[in-house]
Design a protein. Structure first.
Length: 1078
């Protein structure tokens, strides 16, 4: 996979051309068209050789993910499509592996994406360089320095919502392994005028808004601030809020970043105090106050704000107040104090605010540097990242633009120098003849600006230091004198000298023809801005502050170190720092990122040709391409070149065995490329024109298509063949399996047929043998029988004479005896069980034994019954006798009887002796109780039932109340004549009494009881044993009873199931009592 990837190239799937060097024809239109085409396809990066042109997409693109980082990691520059990561990787690897210090120069106009690009470079390098806790902390600190500096040094402008208002150069330092050690940041020319005044639609530095939006009430109170932006004169109001920017959240980010970078809490606090002081300074206002000498003196209108500032910063209020009203000028050991008028007071106030802020910013940079500086003293490798303002050409260009454009001239120069130097070095290294390249060298413009004697900056300084009245006009005059003849300098005067009247040039301006275009500068403000004056009284007031940070910011205020020499001018300071920067850059290997802004609206997908054209011009990009193409447009090491084009020649395809260079030579000869079109370097082939490269590319494409067809053809053939072979193989396997199966089947069939035939034959043989054996046996038996008969005949014939008279009888008896014997022996074995109810009896064997058999059965039954009875105890005997009696009385007569067979006869169901309720009853009865049971006595009058205790003793029947136990009636057994009951399944019975007896006064009793059978039996048995007379028991469904004088018929009828299974009794009339039995 990795190997395949390694063969990709920038030239693959190119949209337009990925490298402008290959642009054909090369002119401005084609250049812009190429950029536009790529931009429209989301390709925002394009190369000019090793320079990356980046067009701001103004929207997040998915090309910065960790996967992308991995994709570009350790790949050659031209291997993948152009990307800022490719450049970063190249720079980092060259730093790590070849020990070359690197610098990455990012230029472009405001909003072109420089700062974003610099962050991308840093994040890429952070992602690919070493890992580990310590290294990660260094990385984190380096990366987190960005938000801090952006908060203090960036602001919303009309061109960019996050415009860097300072130039930044950051050296990232690495050890020999390529692990980051630390860094150093340099800052250039903060646009401090913004602190006091912002153009329309722009804001002050972010930090002011961030504090007011994001700080807690508490914190604001400490800083003596109010949340309302409109309270502060220094905050332009028309665009205080920026779309998509959350100042409050950013404030938290900044504080967090400050913490990570290593700011102590008190330092952070001090920093914000200074910011607050600056903000509050803007609210100090002055009013004129006439003085005796007739001059106006300025006085502070409202001292409240001043008081708060002084409290915040620990400055003596009177000192500061005085500094806003007076100015001390020291000349020749004389101190002269002059009053300030209102305008001067405002100037002083603003100058203080600007100075305070810009010094704070520089202090921040120094403080960050302290934190991020490398901790070791080992030799370091350095990668510098320069994010600096690009050329600025506005309607009104002032001192700042002049300085910025000067810086860009210098950068262009170093670019030309280094690019050409590199180009030249490469040619020498590769042994290619160096031909002089025509290009524009801007050294002359640099000289115009920075020449120590005649340079514009020198003039300006001279003018500023000159005694007497110095104005911007005098400065212009001076310029006119000195530079008039310079070919890149123009002013109304110089033009006149050349007899060219240029009315487009106002009197107060001069024009410089920069390498990137002409820029007209307004001379107004040059002197002031260059002087950058802060009245000494103010710096001294600041130095006296008890706030340690503010004190440190104004060291020149220390009276002990008073220095009458003027501080260096802004111009000379900048020149010095640019010179240092250039020197620094010259020692490093440069890498360029040229940022282009596609439109003025900060809009995605919009490509404004005119705007881009303008930038291309002043960035000198065409110039870039020309320089790069001056000798040879394209170069490539032999190996990748041969690898890429080897298919174009028979000798080199598919493998070239010799050295790569020889291969390329053969290849180029074969392709008949004109000799002037290429040169062979030591390790690279140099191609003069892109045309040739494209021709090669076209041929390659064509050839690749042919090869693809060939590969496809071979692959298809191979695929078909393999498929065919596979199918053939499969067919053989299937056929062999089928044959085997068929043969198995056939064999099984033959085998089973053989077995059948065999079995038939065997069967036939066996049957034949059996028949023969049977025949033989029958023959033998027949012979024996015949012999036996014959012998018998002979014996009978012999013995007939002795036994003829009684032989028959004897045989008969003997036979009979034998039969009897056999019968009894068999009977013995077949005897049934001893259970009296076992009905089994063996079958009778002979008819003549019928009566014997029956008799034996009867005897056996009687015997086993006796045996069974013999086991009984006396008590059991009594019970069975009673049951027997019941059986004799009721079996097959009363339907209730079968149910009673299983119930044991208990007699005394009611345990009178144990129940204290019945004590009286018990005492009244002194005989043995045979029955004690609760019965229903049927009311003679209405047939309703009442419970009564029924007692049977040896001599009497007693009826007692169930509740009280009081005896109701007593009937001697001799008075009971009959007991009547139905044949049905009911418990009704009538006890008939002897007429005229004492108990019969009310007539017969009609009862109903569940234990009818037992009661009747016991009554019968007791009566029998007492009176020696059998009690008459009548079983009939209709009988008469005597109720007092009436004879009433009790009739049992089949009743309905209405009342369940309980028989109901009803008195129908005088004569009839009906019992319905269900
Ligand atoms: N590669 C990018 N991808 C997406 N958006 C980008 C990219 N580069 C820049 N931008 C957008 O453009 C805006 C301006 O970019 P940036 O601040 O880097 O410009 P600049 O060149 O540094 O401008 P200035 O000179 O004013 O500081 C960013 O805030 C961001 O919204
Ligand atoms: Mg920026």
């Amino acid at each position: 996979m990795a190997k395949m990837e390694a063969k990709t190239s920038l030239l693959d799937n190119m949209i337009g051309v990925g490298d402008m060097v290959l642009l054909e024809p090369l002119n401005e239109d084609s250049f812009i068209n190429n950029l536009k085409k790529r931009f429209d396809h989301n390709e925002v990066y394009t190369y000019i050789g090793s320079v990356v042109i980046s067009i701001n997409p103004y929207r997040p693109l998915p090309i910065y993910s960790p996967e992308k980082v991995e994709e570009y990691r350790n790949r050659n520059f031209y291997e993948l499509s152009p990307h800022i990561f490719a450049l970063s990787d190249e720079a980092y690897r060259s730093l790590r592996d070849q020990d070359k210090d690197q610098c990455i120069l990012i230029t472009g106009e405001s909003g072109a994406g420089k700062t974003e690009a610099s962050k991308l470079v840093m994040s890429y390098v952070a992602a690919v360089c070493g890992k580990g806790a310590e290294v990660n902390q260094v990385k984190e600190q380096l990366l987190q320095s960005n938000p801090v500096l952006e908060a203090f040094g960036n602001a919303k402008t009309v061109r960019n919502d996050n415009s860097s208002r300072f130039g930044k150069y950051m050296d990232i330092e690495f050890d020999f392994k390529g692990d980051p050690l630390g860094g150093v940041i340099s800052n250039y020319l903060l646009e401090k005028s913004r602190v006091v005044k912002q153009p329309r639609g722009e804001r002050n530095f972010h930090i002011f808004y961030q504090i007011l939006s994001g700080a807690s009430e508490d914190f604001l109170c400490k800083l003596k601030l109010e949340r309302d932006f409109s309270r502060y004169n220094y905050l332009g109001l028309d665009s205080a809020r920026v779309n998509g920017v959350d100042d409050a959240a950013n404030f938290r980010t900044v504080r967090n970043a400050m913490q990570i970078v290593g700011f102590m809490d008190h330092e952070t606090q001090s920093v914000f105090e200074v910011v607050a002081a600056v903000l509050k300074l803007g609210n100090i206002e002055f009013k004129p106050e006439s003085r005796v000498n007739g001059l106006d003196e300025s006085k502070i209108k409202d001292k409240n704000e001043l008081k708060e500032i002084c409290e915040l910063t620990g400055i003596d209020q009177s000192v500061l107040e005085r500094a806003f009203s007076f100015r001390t000028v020291e000349a020749k050991q004389e101190k002269v104090s002059t009053t300030l008028n209102v305008a001067q007071a405002y100037y002083a106030r603003d100058a203080l605010a600007k100075n305070l802020y810009s010094r704070l910013f520089s202090w921040l940079v120094t403080r960050i540097n302290e934190s991020i500086k490398a901790q070791t003293k080992v030799r370091k490798k350095v990668m510098g990242v320069l994010d600096i303002y690009g050329f600025e050409i506005f309607e009104d260009n002032s001192f700042e633009q002049f300085i910025i454009n000067y810086c860009n001239e210098k950068l262009q120069q170093i670019f030309i120098e280094l690019t050409l130097k590199e180009e030249q070095e490469e040619y020498i290294r590769e042994g290619i003849e160096w031909t002089h390249i025509e290009y524009f060298n801007n050294a002359i413009i640099c000289d115009l600006i920075e020449n120590n004697q005649t340079g514009i900056l020198a003039m300006l300084d001279e003018e500023c230091l000159r005694p007497g009245t110095v104005t911007d006009e005098t400065f212009l005059e001076k310029l006119n004198q000195v530079c008039a003849t310079h070919q890149h300098f123009e002013s109304r005067m110089s033009k006149c000298l050349r007899f060219l009247n240029d009315t487009s040039l106002p009197h107060s301006c001069f024009r410089i023809q920069h390498y990137a275009g002409k820029v007209m500068y307004q001379v107004e403000g040059f002197v002031d801005k260059n002087n950058d004056l802060l009245y000494r009284d103010l710096s001294q007031a600041m130095w006296k502050a008890s706030h340690s940070l503010i004190k440190a910011l104004f060291p020149e205020g220390n009276p002990a170190k008073i220095n009458l020499k003027r501080p260096p001018t802004a111009g000379s300071q900048f020149k010095a720092s640019v010179t240092t920067l250039m020197k620094n850059l010259q020692t490093k290997n440069p890498n360029y990122i040229r940022c282009i802004k596609p439109n003025d609206k900060k809009a995605a997908h919009v490509f404004n040709d005119a705007l881009v054209c303008h930038q291309i011009r002043y960035l000198g990009l065409l110039e870039n391409v020309r320089v790069r193409r001056a000798g040879y447009a394209f170069r490539q090491a032999y190996e990748p070149c041969l690898e890429r084009y080897k298919m174009l020649c028979k000798q080199t395809w598919p493998h070239w065995r010799g050295p790569a260079r020889a291969g390329v030579e053969v290849l180029f000869n074969e392709l008949e490329i004109p000799e002037e079109e290429f040169s062979f370097g030591r390790s690279k082939i140099f191609i003069r024109n892109p045309r040739t490269l494209f021709k090669l590319e076209d041929l390659r494409k064509q050839r690749l298509e042919d090869l693809a067809t060939l590969i496809e053809k071979i692959y298809r053939g191979w695929k078909c063949r393999t498929r065919f072979l596979l199918m053939k193989k499969s067919q053989i396997v299937i056929a062999s399996w089928y044959r085997r199966y068929a043969q198995q089947k056939k064999y099984q069939k033959i085998k089973s047929s053989a077995i059948i035939v065999q079995s038939y034959i065997r069967g036939w043989k066996a049957r034949k043998l059996l028949r023969e054996l049977k025949h033989q046996k029958r023959c033998n038996e027949a012979a024996t029988t015949i012999a036996a008969y014959w012998r018998g005949t002979q014996v009978r014939r012999e013995y007939r004479k002795f036994f003829r008279a009684n032989a028959g009888r004897k045989i008969y008896e003997f036979t009979l005896q034998r039969i009897m014997q056999k019968y009894f022996l068999e009977m013995k074995n077949k005897m049934p069980s001893l259970s009296p109810i076992d009905k089994n009896w063996p079958a009778r064997p002979y008819l003549f034994l019928d009566s014997t058999h029956k008799e034996l059965k009867r005897i056996f039954h009687l015997w086993r019954c006796k045996k069974y009875r013999d086991q009984f105890t006396d008590q059991q005997k009594l019970i069975y006798e009673e049951k027997l009696e019941a059986s004799e009385l009721f079996k097959d007569k009363k339907a209730l009887y079968p149910a009673s067979v299983g119930q044991p006869f208990q007699g005394a169901y009611l345990e009178i002796s144990k129940n204290p309720k019945y004590k009286k009853l018990k005492d009244a009865v002194d005989e043995k109780i045979i029955i004690a049971e609760v019965v229903n006595k049927i009311n003679r009058a209405n047939g309703k039932a009442t419970s009564r205790i029924f007692l049977l003793t040896k001599n009497n029947v007693l009826l007692a109340d169930q509740k009280s136990g009081n005896i109701k009636s007593e009937v001697p057994l001799g008075d009971v004549t009959k007991v009547s009951m139905s044949s049905q399944n009911d418990g009704f019975f009538a006890v008939h009494l002897k007429e005229g007896s004492g108990a019969a006064g009310k007539g017969d009793f009609l009862f109903s009881s569940d234990h009818l059978i037992e009661m009747a039996t016991k009554l019968y048995r007791t009566t029998l044993s007492q009176t020696k007379q059998k009690l008459n028991i009548e079983i009939s469904d209709e009988f008469l009873v005597q109720f007092r004088q009436d004879k009433v018929c009790v009739k049992f009828i089949q009743g309905s199931q209405k009342n369940g299974n309980i028989p109901t009794c009803k008195r129908k009339n005088n004569r009839l009592l009906e019992v319905a039995v269900p």
